[in-house]
Design a protein around this ligand. Structure first.
Ligand SMILES: *Cc1c(COP(=O)(O)O)cnc(C)c1O
Length: 396
């Protein structure tokens, strides 16, 4: 080997790293692969004998660091050894979890008011693979028990609480205990609450999924998700599925999440206090009918929410008396709040389910789920509540 490499090679090769001091903030490891010291080390890392990274679809320092932090947050205060896997979206967290834990012939007991994408995932994708949903009212404990007693192919219970857009809650602790006694896995989509407000693992749930796109990132600039679990026997199964279907998160999105999470506790506090204040003002307004917010004593699940949540979060919905036409008019007259089909961003976002997220849902089914023509959903931001209220009030 020559002492000096040629000019062309100098261009190609990585240069001596100037890494003498530790970066204060997590770097973005934008690398698809990792170098081995020797062939033996490569084999040891691939076979799991030695810990280390090999290829970023299998794991990446930026991605893993953020996943571990979120797992620690979800299991904070418990003895559980939780693990986390960041995914390319909230939907891929849900689908990867299902594909890792269920097989052809298995059924999932779940609710009819799930996130729309999750309902479609069950109906259009998982059903084709022989994994079927059973949609029931998850507040009705007798119905849950009857379904489980009569159908041994139900292998998982999957829930969202509070559920969009009426903020209906499910008793997590009861469900987790009951499922455990029947050897059935439990999973929850904790996107609306984040671990700041609700920690389902501490109440006995097996798996938590998030769309980190929403509150966890909080700034509306990345799409990603996470699966968090604590059952050791599923850790490898989930990792295997994730790396083989390739639903992994990339380091850039992981880094954005890491940035966002630093203010999560502060944000959730402000989202909650702003939402409480807005809910009370709306409830007192003559043009407004029902207001769905867990923090209102008028909400049917207020006591249950209080018992399993720390604070009530930033999501609410309300029905305006003027119906469809009035709702559309209100939406179009907003000047400060944004009309955007997402939630959990730092700014206030308003959505009209009947003309957007539930446009293709049959009107009777929609109304049976509490989504009338005049229902408006608000993801209450962390701006000054005076500005939020001033805009909604002028529009009302
Ligand atoms: C947005 C959302 C999802 C899907 O997440 P993506 O990041 O868009 O894939 C799942 N569940 C809930 C409750 C959501 O709000």
């Amino acid at each position: 080997m020559k002492e000096q490499i040629s000019f062309d090679s100098l261009c190609v090769k990585e240069y001596q790293r100037n890494e003498s001091t530790k970066p204060h903030q997590l770097p973005i490891y934008a690398t698809s692969s990792f170098e081995f010291e020797s062939l033996d080390q490569g084999i040891d890392i691939f076979t799991g004998k030695e810990s280390g990274h090999s290829y970023s679809r299998y794991g990446n320092p930026t991605v893993d660091t953020v996943a571990n932090k979120l797992a620690k947050m979800e299991s904070f205060g418990t003895e559980l050894e939780a693990y986390g896997f960041l995914t390319s979206s909230g939907m891929s967290a849900i689908s990867t979890l299902m594909l890792s834990t269920l097989r052809q012939g298995d059924k999932v007991l779940t609710q009819s008011n799930l996130y729309g994408g999750t309902t479609e995932l069950f109906n259009k994708v998982l059903t084709q693979l022989g994994i079927e949903p059973v949609f029931i009212n998850m507040k009705d404990h007798d119905t849950i028990q009857q379904n489980i007693e009569k159908d041994p192919t139900i292998k998982m219970i999957y829930i969202e609480t509070p559920a969009n857009p009426t903020m209906a809650c499910i008793n997590i602790k009861w469900l987790a205990n009951y499922a455990k006694s029947k050897n059935i896995l439990t999973a929850i989509d904790n996107t609306f609450c984040t671990p700041i407000i609700q920690q389902p693992l501490s109440l006995g749930i097996d798996f938590v999924v998030h769309s980190t796109t929403k509150y966890i990132n909080g700034h509306g600039n990345s799409i990603a998700g996470i699966i968090i679990g604590h059952k050791a026997d599923y850790r490898k199964k989930i990792w295997n599925t994730l790396k083989l279907i390739g639903s992994t998160c990339n380091p850039w999105d992981a880094w954005l999440i890491n940035n966002g999470v630093k203010t999560l506790a502060l944000r959730m506090e402000r989202h909650s206090s702003n939402a409480q204040s807005l809910a009370e003002k709306l409830e007192a307004h003559p043009n407004v009918g029902i207001v769905n917010y867990n923090g209102l004593t008028s909400h049917p699940d207020h006591e249950l929410a209080k018992s399993q949540m720390k604070g009530f979060g930033g999501m609410l919905s309300f029905e305006i008396n003027a119906g469809m036409e009035g709702a559309l008019q209100l939406m179009n007259n907003l000047k400060f709040c944004s009309l955007a089909p997402t939630l959990g961003d730092v700014d206030t976002l308003v959505l009209h389910p009947a003309s957007s997220s539930h446009l293709n849902v049959n009107k009777e089914i929609r109304e049976a789920n509490g989504i009338g023509d005049g229902l408006i959903r608000v993801s209450v931001g962390i701006e000054s509540i005076e500005d939020i209220w001033s805009d909604i009030n002028q529009s009302l």
